[in-house]
Design a protein around this ligand. Structure first.
Ligand SMILES: [Zn+2]
Ligand SMILES: [Zn+2]
Length: 162
């Protein structure tokens, strides 16, 4: 059974609900329904500007979806890159450039660490099936290591936002 708590604004009222942000117990009269759960009146009132630079939940979801798309679209690009020689660095650069832009736009153009992480991981995952085994065998040319690094670099750079 859940522990019985008392509303922090009304110490005589029992409640089992607490604020999603500060975790203080709140009674049914005090709780505010927000898009990210039940909150105390103080946290529900926080202006949007207090969260500036941080992506909203749906923007993170869109970024993750874009990340999945980047992995799927990146697989053939990474495969082609692994088949060709010198020209493939340009292909990797363009691929990473596009991947970064896609993830930045999907995330509402906020950019920042979340978008950059998604971009980097998504591009790395696209290269993994082609570069990973060779890397493990130690049978890889410096050039083949450079390809994913170029692509990941462009993707992270482009998703950084302003
Ligand atoms: Zn609170
Ligand atoms: Zn209360």
């Amino acid at each position: 059974m859940a522990e019985i708590k008392y509303c922090y604004r009304h110490p005589s009222r029992e409640t089992r609900v607490s604020c999603a942000t500060c975790d203080r117990p709140i009674c049914t009269e005090c709780m505010r329904q927000t898009e990210v759960g039940i909150k105390c009146p103080e946290d529900a009132r926080l202006p949007r500007s207090a969260r500036a630079g941080v992506m909203k939940t749906n923007q993170i979801l869109w970024s993750l979806l874009a990340g999945v798309a980047v992995v799927l679209l990146g697989l053939p690009v990474a495969y082609l890159a692994s088949q060709f020689g010198t020209g493939s660095l340009i292909l990797c650069g363009l691929g990473g450039y596009g991947a970064g832009l896609l993830i930045l736009r999907a995330g509402g153009r906020n950019g920042g660490p979340v978008a950059m992480t998604i971009a980097g991981v998504a591009v790395a995952l696209a290269f993994l099936p082609f570069v990973g085994p060779r890397l493990l065998e130690g049978n890889i040319s410096p050039f083949a290591i450079l390809e994913p690094i170029v692509a990941i670099g462009f993707a992270i750079y482009n998703s950084r936002g302003s």
